[in-house]
Design a protein. Structure first.
Length: 255
């Protein structure tokens, strides 16, 4: 398998799909030739979009719904680091169109604009016969034109920014996805050649809540502490009373 960018990138588009992640996973199983490069799959509308923990992702037209299918040929723990790569890329993309807006990253995979959620990321994979990920799907949803008003969210349009089209099918390269592809390619190369350390450093520089007291909801409990760091695996390091620390691999952070 060629690394991202070396085998070229393809862009597939559908007017409507249940979930771009589910579509990408189906394509990975049925069309292994797609894994020779990297393929973006984008839909104008999703009818069954979802985020982490099965949460429904609102999928109004005019927003960006895309999934990147690729095969990094790395162990599962390293592939999980691409959540942070994607967050940096999404943050850069939003910053390109809204340079005056404060862009911060919320552990583990949300992007905030002026303190409100503007994008989410969902990684999914399938294990191959060798025990390594056979492929990886990185699902990305960005609120370009609208957002669910019941949530503490925001869109580029609500920030007073004329939102770009999600995907420029005319081939002009002015769409949000084309910009995201450029940004992801840049950060993926940093990760491929330098490992997680430079990604971790760049992510921490934009981390929301670092040094503050936070609540983390886990599957069966909720814990509180000070957001100290993320470790070499991307786990959140939480400072507890008495000076102890606890690493959290997966959870939902509230400030």
């Amino acid at each position: 398998m060629s690394e991202f960018g070396r085998g070229g990138r393809a862009f597939l588009w559908l007017a409507e799909v249940g979930s771009t992640n589910d579509w990408a996973k189906q394509q990975a199983r049925e069309n292994p030739d797609l894994l020779l490069g990297a393929t973006w799959m984008v839909a104008e509308r999703q009818t069954a979009g979802r985020g982490r923990f099965g949460n429904k992702w609102q999928s109004a037209r005019g927003n960006l719904f895309a999934s990147l299918l690729l095969k990094p040929d790395r162990p599962a723990a390293e592939c999980a680091q691409l959540s942070f790569v994607a967050a940096l890329a999404v943050g850069d993309m939003i910053g390109r169109f809204a340079p005056g807006v404060s862009i911060r990253l919320k552990w583990p995979n949300d992007v905030l604009a002026d303190g409100r959620k503007i994008a989410g990321i969902l990684l999914e994979s399938e294990t191959g016969p060798d025990g390594q990920p056979a492929w990886l799907v990185i699902g990305i949803g960005v609120n370009l034109a609208s957002f669910p008003e019941k949530l503490p969210a925001i869109s580029l349009a609500a920030l007073g920014v004329d939102p770009p089209v999600p995907f420029d099918r005319a081939g002009g390269g002015a769409g949000a996805l084309e910009c995201l592809d450029d940004m992801f390619s840049k950060w993926y190369e940093v990760w491929r050649t330098g490992g997680f350390a430079p990604i971790r450093e760049a992510w921490l520089a934009r981390a929301e809540g670092l040094g503050r007291r936070i609540r983390v909801r886990l599957a069966n409990e909720e814990i509180q502490g000070v957001f100290r760091d993320i470790d070499d695996t991307g786990a959140l390091v939480l400072g507890l009373p008495g000076g102890a620390t606890r690493s959290v691999a997966a959870g939902e952070v509230n400030f």
